[in-house]
Design a protein around this ligand. Sequence first.
Ligand SMILES: NC(=O)c1ccc[n+]([C@@H]2O[C@H](COP(=O)([O-])OP(=O)(O)OC[C@H]3O[C@@H](n4cnc5c(N)ncnc54)[C@H](OP(=O)(O)O)[C@@H]3O)[C@@H](O)[C@H]2O)c1
Length: 349
Amino acid sequence: MTAQPASATRAAPPGTGTMTSATRTKTMKAVRIHRHGGPDALIYEDVPVPALRPGDALVRVHAAAISPAEFTWRIYETPDGRSRLPKIPSHEISGVVAAVAPGAEGVAVGDAVYALTDFLRDGGAAEYVAARAADLASKPRTVDYAAAATVPLSALTAWQALFDHAHLAPGQRVLVHGAAGGVGSFAVQLARWRGAHVVATASARDVEFVRGLGADAALDYAATPFEAVARDADVVLDTVGGTVTGRSWATLRPGGLLVTIVRQPPEWTAGRPARGLFFVVEPSRAQLDELARLIDAGTVRPVVDAVLPLAQAREAYDRGINGHPRGKLVLAVAGDGGDGAVAAAPAGS
Ligand SMILES: NC(=O)c1ccc[n+]([C@@H]2O[C@H](COP(=O)([O-])OP(=O)(O)OC[C@H]3O[C@@H](n4cnc5c(N)ncnc54)[C@H](OP(=O)(O)O)[C@@H]3O)[C@@H](O)[C@H]2O)c1
């Protein structure tokens, strides 16, 4: 991350103070969720460029990856019940720093960055996003903006599940559910990198693909009950929820850990012979730096299912929900060619 020079441009909220040329535009194209529901609640429209808070950076978004389940997240009300709608979705982005506010440390205008942005603020399905500068990390150098945008939410979730919460160690056995999905595709690669033995579940058409990501064994979830194959696991990473969570207890060794990232009812671990944990991912520049190193070394590869223009966000979310994507779907925002080229090659097998 470039150290911020004393003379770096500092931006007041757009419309006031000193701004770079990039932020003189006071409106931008964005997609917003206008009501509870699904993709048909999304509108592509002109909205104000976001105002910066102290410590923020304004990022010119090049690409934003989508999470199909975002419509179900509990992020649309304030703690006292007021609506946050309309709200811009997508909280994993790549782009270039366009301006910085007072107190923003560690980034400078022009830096190529990627980030997981605050779930409770407007997201990155827009030309600009305001984010805490401390949450921005240098974009991996060897992949384009579309591929970089798939990393922050999904790979940080996999990292924090396996390493911060489960403390996965070399030689341990891990079962990864939903291994061809956004989180699961990173989890398989990270667990393999750590030296664990990886069993993965996926759709029939993705079984070979997840083996290619590094799974030692891969099961078609519709054909093979995973309890018949996965035994004595030290760790289960559940990215699916529903009955998969409850059935997973049987695969754990006594004292093993079931980490789910899908919200569970209270007391979901009561009477179980193993430990259970639900968590919500947090931004981390240090972990994104480590992930960028792994990506630039070729150890971990982001999986891009398809890249669609921002204006086609409804179609992208529809495909995410109904199309069984492999890895992530990405919205292309700035298509400026060269290092800023957004398009990524489709996910291979
Ligand atoms: N707590 C957190 O911090 C956090 C962070 C990120 C995501 N999440 C949540 O985690 C979940 C997964 O996110 P994601 O982005 O990885 O979703 P995703 O890309 O849709 O991946 C889910 C994967 O699960 C597979 N799948 C569906 N049913 C399955 C089953 N019965 N057994 C095994 N695999 C199955 C799907 O395959 P097919 O499509 O081929 O059926 C898909 O590849 C979502 O609910 C999301 O909201 C939580």
